[in-house]
Each structure stands twice: as structure tokens, then as C-alpha cells.
Design a protein around this ligand. Structure first.
Ligand SMILES: Cc1ncc(COP(=O)(O)O)c(C=O)c1O
Length: 468
């Protein structure tokens, strides 16, 4: 049955501009600007290109602003997969199985062969929160983990927006005003060599940022620490790629003290870094992995907390009074049962595999990084880093002192690039005074020509603000 969709798809420009100003509360933006500035309204997209309501086209280096449209815009086969699934069976709660949920779980275990079970929800925040609930419940039902309720998180990392995951955010600006937070979250140092928290240099530092974690655990009391969550490559905290020996050290410390290692693959997963998952670049074997964003390239909201069979078994083999039956994971997420999202994810993964997008991310990412590195001689370019199609250019006011420029200047660079037709990303509202890294996380279908345009727009933007 063909239903007219004009109420969804048709629009008058002025009505939309007015509606945007009058009714829509935009995310993470100072609200005053809505009264005075016309906001960008996006109406269509294809590949890496988006078109705004005035018909202007932009090359999107951000995969939708928050690094998630990994297979690019306009994928009709994902729309078709979702429509077909919704027509057949649109929804049933995650307390039962459905065909796409089972297929997706099997696929995820193929991609993450050391994992055993997948638990679904619908945002990265929720996927991480589930891992905390698993750690905390395990600390009450597993005699060997009794009292291990504390969770370590890393400075500069971000794990989501709800109060509990914000408690584990290493980004002060995201937390401001939202406390008090639940207790039991403890920060460890970040691992950005360019701004080493210990003022040391690799390799002479002996990876102090990783080794110090053991001291923190001993100070907290190993019997109270149950989990450690980190991004494999930090995203919003400034595109931070740890040195190769960082993760093996962290892993060894976690094993020594019976601490679950949770790797937040919400951004880094699904090809972003040139491997299917970011942690696969390193010698590390996490107990849990959290997924969202690129999982369905944001065609549908979906996330997962994927765990090792041993984690699942804790909830299976509770020696407590079986009459109480409180040992199972007592958690539910309504939209974790949305079959359309599962179908979108299945088709998204099929596209990635059939078009070799992870490999394209590796190869084109190396090209983009090389090209960006040509900018390093500019006096206001401090550091250039990345892996796969996940790159960052940290701007400085002064190269020697590494003093950051003002955020207004960084915003002006992004605006100047936009005037060139390229949407660049920048770390924002995260690290007070240090929201100064431009980022590049384009769809994994990016070509050389598109990379060249991003670099040219970056150079033009930097020169417009700081001079040549
Ligand atoms: C690394 C990381 N984890 C988790 C999240 C939270 O995901 P969501 O916004 O889907 O809740 C984000 C969001 O940007 C993120 O960057």
C-alpha cells in the first residue's frame, strides 16, 4: 500500500527556518544564538555530501557531526532492510528472541570471536551503563568479586550523557552543573604523549600513564575495584592513540587484581580506525566491549554491550538461594528490542564487508594523516595524530609553550572551512580551555579527492584565522 508521505518529506523553507527557531531545542549549543543566527538545516545526504535547506552542499568530514554515519549517507539497501523487517515484525521486547537479533548476535561473535553474548540497548550511554550494572551486580552475586563495585575511568575519555556514565567522564566540561554524581568512580590519567600528564617522553617514560593505574588500585583497595573502562582511541577528548605497550600493561594490571576491562568502542568500532574494532590494533583482550554509532551507521539507534562467556556465566551460576532468583541480570531496555535497528545493523555490516570499507579506512586514513602532516610547519599546528579515518589536528597559540589558542579562534577555523564547503569537526564542550583539536572522521567510503578537499579547507581555515 502506497501512503502519501508529504506530511513527513515536503516542506516550505520559511516555515522550517521559523520552526527550527521556535520549537527545536538543539543539542549542546548556547541557546542565545537561536534568536539571532539562522541555524543549519540539513535536508539530504549522499556519500559524504550533505545538502542544507538553501541548497548548499558540504563535504562532511564528521560523519554526521558525531562520527557515526560510517557507511555514508543515502544507503537505500539499509532503508529497504529496515522497511522489510518492520513490515514483517516490527518489535518485541528483548526478553524474547527475534530473527534479526539472533542473526546480529551471531555476526557480532564472528567479528569479536573472544566474546560470548550480546545485550542490546539503544545508545552508547546505555551500553556503557549496562557494563557498570554488570560490574556492580557481579560484585554482589559472585563470591570472588564481593565488594568490587568501583569503576576506573580515564581522564579525557567520554562514555555518555546520563548521570551514571557522566560520573565516569574524564571531560570536566560535560560534568559541570550535573552533580552530585553516584560514588565509586575513580579517574586515571590520560595517555596523550603530546601533553604527557607526567611531563615525560616515550619510551623513557616506561608508559607511566599505564603503570600508575596499579598505584591507584592499591590506594583505592583492590578489593573494591571491579572495572576499568577506556576508549581504545579517545575520541572527543582529542583523538588520542595510545602507544603500543599501553594496553598490554593495563591488561596485565586488570588481570592481576580481577578487574573487568571494558573497552568503549562506541566511536572507534565498525571500521573507524582501520580495524573492525579499535582495540584490535593492540595486544589486548577485553572482558566487555560496548558498541553503538557505526553499528548501524546511525540509520537506526542501536547499541550493544558484548561480553565474554565468563561474564555471562557469573549471572548463570549464582550459588545463592535459588528460591530468590535475583541472580540474573535484572535489566531491560524497551528499544533494545527494535527489530528495524537490528536489520539496519546487519545490512550496515554487510555493506562494510562487501565494499571492504575497513580496509579503505586503513588506506585512506593513512593518506589523510600523511596529507594533514604537511600542515605541521604552520606555527599554530601543534600535533597531528590518528589511526584510520580518525584523525586530529591540535591547534596551539604558541608551538613552544603549547599554550592553546582561544576556542573562538578554533571555531573560526571551522567556520572558514565551512565557507570552503567542508564541515570539519572540533572537540567541543569537553576539556575547559583545550577544546582545540580539529577532527576528521569521515564516512569510510572517502576518496583521495575528498581527503584532499578536507586538507585544503583546513589549510585555508587555519590561514584565514592565524595567517599563513
Ligand atoms: C566514546 C563514546 N562513548 C559513548 C558515547 C555515548 O553515546 P550516545 O551519545 O549514543 O549515548 C559517546 C558519544 O559521543 C562516545 O563518544
Amino acid at each position: 500500500m502506497d501512503v502519501p508521505l508529504s506530511h513527513v518529506l515536503d516542506y516550505a523553507v520559511d516555515e522550517m527556518v521559523g520552526g527550527d527557531r521556535d520549537y527545536l531545542w538543539h543539542h549542546i549549543k548556547p541557546h542565545g544564538c537561536f534568536q539571532t543566527q539562522e541555524q543549519m538545516i540539513i535536508v539530504s545526504g549522499k556519500g559524504l555530501t550533505v545538502t542544507d535547506i538553501r541548497g548548499r552542499e558540504y563535504l562532511d568530514a564528521t560523519s554526521g557531526g558525531v562520527w557515526c554515519v560510517n557507511v555514508g549517507y543515502g544507503r537505500e539497501s539499509i532503508a529497504a532492510a529496515v522497511a522489510a523487517q518492520l513490515k514483517k515484525m516490527s518489535y518485541f521486547a528483548g526478553s524474547v528472541g527475534t530473527i534479526p537479533t539472533i542473526k546480529l548476535s551471531a555476526k557480532l561473535m564472528q567479528l569479536l570471536p573472544r566474546m560470548g553474548k550480546a545485550y542490546y540497548s539503544n545508545s552508547g550511554s546505555e551500553a556503557n551503563e549496562k557494563s557498570y550494572k554488570l560490574i556492580r551486580q557481579a560484585a554482589t552475586i559472585d563470591p570472588q568479586r564481593k565488594g568490587k563495585y568501583k569503576i576506573l575511568y580515564r581522564d579525557r575519555d567520554y562514555h555518555g550523557t546520563t548521570i551514571a556514565v557522566l560520573a565516569s567522564s574524564g571531560q570536566a566540561e560535560r560534568k559541570t552543573d550535573f552533580g552530585p554524581f553516584p560514588e565509586g568512580f575513580v579517574q586515571i590519567p590520560h595517555c596523550l604523549c603530546y601533553r604527557c600528564p607526567f611531563d615525560l617522553t616515550y619510551p623513557a617514560c616506561d608508559v607511566r600513564c599505564a603503570r600508575v593505574v596499579e598505584e591507584i588500585i592499591l590506594k583505592e583497595g583492590p578489593d573494591s575495584v571491579g572495572g576499568l573502562i577506556v576508549e581504545p582511541i579517545t575520541a572527543g577528548g582529542g583523538i588520542i592513540v595510545p602507544v603500543d605497550d599501553y594496553f598490554p600493561i593495563l591488561q596485565q594490571i586488570c588481570r592481576k587484581y580481577g578487574i573487568f576491562l571494558v573497552i568503549d568502542e562506541v566511536v572507534a568500532g565498525f571500521g573507524r580506525t582501520g580495524a573492525f574494532f579499535g582495540h584490535q590494533h593492540f595486544d589486548v583482550d577485553p572482558d566487555m566491549v560496548t558498541l553503538a554509532k557505526g553499528m548501524a551507521s546511525a540509520y537506526e539507534p542501536i547499541s550493544a554491550t558484548v561480553v565474554k562467556q565468563q561474564v555471562y556465566d557469573i549471572f548463570l551460576n549464582d550459588p545463592a538461594d535459588p528460591g530468590q532468583r535475583l541472580n540474573f541480570f535484572r535489566d531491560i531496555s524497551t528499544y533494545g528490542g527494535c527489530t528495524g535497528a537490528m536489520a539496519a545493523s546487519l545490512e550496515n555490516i554487510r555493506i562494510m564487508e562487501s565494499e571492504n570499507l575497513v580496509e579503505n579506512s586503513r588506506v585512506m586514513g593513512a593518506y589523510l594523516l600523511d596529507r594533514l602532516r604537511e600542515l605541521i610547519d604552520h606555527p599554530n599546528v601543534g600535533d597531528i595524530r590518528g589511526k584510520g579515518l580518525f584523525c586530529g589536528v591540535e591547534l596551539v597559540a604558541d608551538k613552544k609553550s603549547k599554550q592553546p589558542p582561544s576556542e573562538t579562534q578554533v571555531g573560526a577555523v571551522v567556520d572558514a572551512a565551512k565557507a570552503e564547503g567542508v564541515l570539519l569537526g572540533r572537540t567541543n564542550n569537553s576539556l575547559p580551555g583545550f577544546n582545540t583539536t580539529l577532527y576528521y572522521a569521515p564516512a569510510l567510503v572517502m576518496t583521495r579527492e575528498e581527503a584532499d578537499r578536507m586538507v585544503a579547507a583546513t589549510q585555508a581555515g587555519i590561514e584565514a584565522v592565524f595567517g599563513a
